[in-house]
Design a protein around this ligand. Structure first.
Ligand SMILES: Nc1nc2c(ncn2[C@@H]2O[C@H](COP(=O)(O)OP(=O)(O)O)[C@@H](O)[C@H]2O)c(=O)[nH]1
Ligand SMILES: [Mg+2]
Length: 310
């Protein structure tokens, strides 16, 4: 299977639940050939869209767009779908730059987010993706808070054949980050990805720990960390949004890895994130294996959400 078709089938499988909600509910809106677009119709459309977790503001904008374009006319389903898709693509639009690499020398990416959002798994996915593209990858286990966290990253590193740097139990995360960056320099690695302990955006000490890690790697490698990736769990809904806002403010993140889009009906969450948080979504996680990663592209994503409507 080629790279692009793999991306497409990953998106399709991951979004199956979102697609099926849109499929059945949107079909229900159009029992007959076309339908008169009136206030009642726009309210029903709004409700269907909200179910995909795109958030009230985004769903409202999409429903308003339909009202503006079609009110008082009998319209066929496809025209409505195209209007909604167009609106969603606009809401999700972002610069589609890839994650940033250093111009020379090792690149450092710091990965942060709340507990259980999928940081470690996403690091494994990124590590596998870039090592398969020929980059030499070092992982830093700076989540020293729980021994199990280090073990989990070690299992991934062994499985994927990636270099791993760990510190003594409960050591200072910044010292592990230091060691990892030093290893990357020493071994001429291309990419050093640093795992961190889950933290709530409200915990000042832990947030300043992230700052310390950043300062340390910055001293060692100019421009580092080249990305601070916020991992967000798509199933968190509105709660995820407030996390994202707070992390963006206090930890200066540069992009989002949105996890667990598979198996939920929440494909619309991306629209809410893009509308309400300034950060671009770089990758989405579509499952628990290291291959379940898809580079995010708004147009492809919206097309996949509405694919196979019949
Ligand atoms: N279905 C699904 N599960 C995921 C995804 N990413 C992570 N997980 C699961 O979420 C749980 C927590 O992941 P973990 O990486 O340990 O989170 P961390 O605490 O942020 O490091 C694990 O059971 C993962 O397998 C994803 O994209 N899809
Ligand atoms: Mg972890």
């Amino acid at each position: 299977m080629g790279f692009f078709s793999k991306i497409k089938s990953g998106l399709k499988q991951g979004l199956a639940k979102t697609v099926s909600i849109l499929n059945t509910d949107v079909r229900d809106l159009f029992k007959t050939e076309g339908r008169l677009v009136d206030d009642a119709f726009c309210d029903e459309l709004f409700e269907v869209l909200v179910k995909t977790d795109m958030g009230v503001p985004a769903a409202q904008e999409a429903a308003d767009q339909v009202k503006k374009d079609f009110r008082g006319r009998v319209v066929e389903r496809d025209a409505i779908i195209e209007a909604v898709k167009g609106k969603l693509k606009t809401l999700m639009a972002q610069d589609n730059a890839p994650l940033r690499f250093a111009e020379s020398g090792p690149t450092v990416w710091l990965v942060c987010g709340v507990n259980g959002c999928g940081k470690t798994t996403s690091i494994a996915k990124l590590g596998k993706l870039f090592s398969s593209q020929g980059k030499k990858v070092v992982l830093g286990a700076a989540d020293t808070f729980r021994a199990a966290a280090v073990d989990q990253l070690k299992i991934w590193a062994d499985r994927l054949g990636l270099d791993l740097v760990v510190g003594p139990p409960r050591s200072d995360p910044a010292s592990v980050a230091h060691k990892a960056a030093a290893r990357a320099i020493e071994t001429g690695a291309d990419l050093c990805i640093i795992d961190t302990a889950g933290r709530l955006q409200t915990n000042r000490n832990l947030m300043s720990e992230l700052e310390k890690i950043k300062r340390i790697v910055h001293k060692m490698i100019p421009g580092a960390p080249h990305e601070s990736i916020l991992v967000l769990d798509a199933t968190m809904g509105q709660n995820g949004l407030s996390q994202a806002r707070a992390f963006t403010e206090s930890a200066a993140c540069s992009g989002i890895f949105l996890t667990k889009l598979d198996g939920t009906a929440r494909g619309g969450a991306v629209a809410a994130i893009r509308k309400e948080v300034g950060l671009p979504v770089r990758y989405v996680g579509m499952g628990e294996s290291a291959d379940d990663i898809v580079a995010f592209n708004p147009d492809e994503f919206v097309d996949a959400m509405f694919e196979n409507l019949d």
